[in-house]
Design a protein around this ligand. Sequence first.
Ligand code: ATP
Ligand code: MG
Length: 281
Amino acid sequence: MNYSKLFAVKPGSRVQLAGVKSGFTGKHENKTAATAEMQRDDRRLADLQYLLYADHQRSLLVCLQGMDASGKDGTVRHVFGALDPQGARAHSFKVPSQEEADHDFLWRAHVHAPAKGEIVIFNRSHYEDVLIVRVHDLVPESVWSKRYELINEFERNLTLAGTTILKFYLHITEKEQLRRFEKRLDDPTRQWKISEADYTERGYFPEYVKAYEDVLAKTSTAYAPWFVIPSKRKWFRNLAVSKIVVETLKSFDMKVPPPTVDVDEIRRKFHADEAKEKSSA
Ligand code: ATP
Ligand code: MG
């Protein structure tokens, strides 16, 4: 199965999120049955990251979006936790600082975009500027409505510079969100994650759905596609995101750079004794 194809939003098409099954798990019956495959994907991802880093020609930007408690943090931890931190970073987009607010909305995203060889995960992203900003009227419609095009141009610029962009919408229902909030209340190690603001924000769920549907319709492009990931089952969410990242990295034409020295010459010069020892052993 090709996960990228299965979950990608076709450019120009309009997804009705209410019609997407959040509990979909494909051919996998449950987490236990999928574990071996997920471990294999983790190893593949680590190998591909090594190659991306060594090749140093291109980079990967992963944007994670979704309602509160949709699992953005968990996805960062589970899918990208196995990466070598030398070539990977996660950046969380919070309420803009004064300095960030004093610049154009894409400035803070551009600063954190990946350099050659890097994988960067945006936990929330520049899309907040057409989501929360729109839902709460933080700027007039005449301002936010122009941003979709600006985002597409920004992403095209990054793409032309060698960055591949994957954008994931982690799809859960309103009901599932409430269930997760409740679980957080019951778990002393996660109570810190819940605030009253989460419940106030929840009142805007339908407005967010509308704002997300517009984002998906206007900014899923051939060069920077959106994927709608069924995220009720956390393990399936992780599996699907991981598969799409692996499929994408695999499609890159990457190679380990050639040695910068004459390997045989170095061996003769500096390792002659060991070679002798080996042959006499
Ligand atoms: P957690 O899962 O830990 O709650 P979080 O991403 O919700 O993670 P918070 O510190 O709770 O982190 O919230 C960050 C808030 O900042 C979010 O509500 C987000 O919508 C908001 N935010 C992000 N970007 C912008 C922006 N450009 N303008 C206004 N608010 C923003
Ligand atoms: Mg929050």
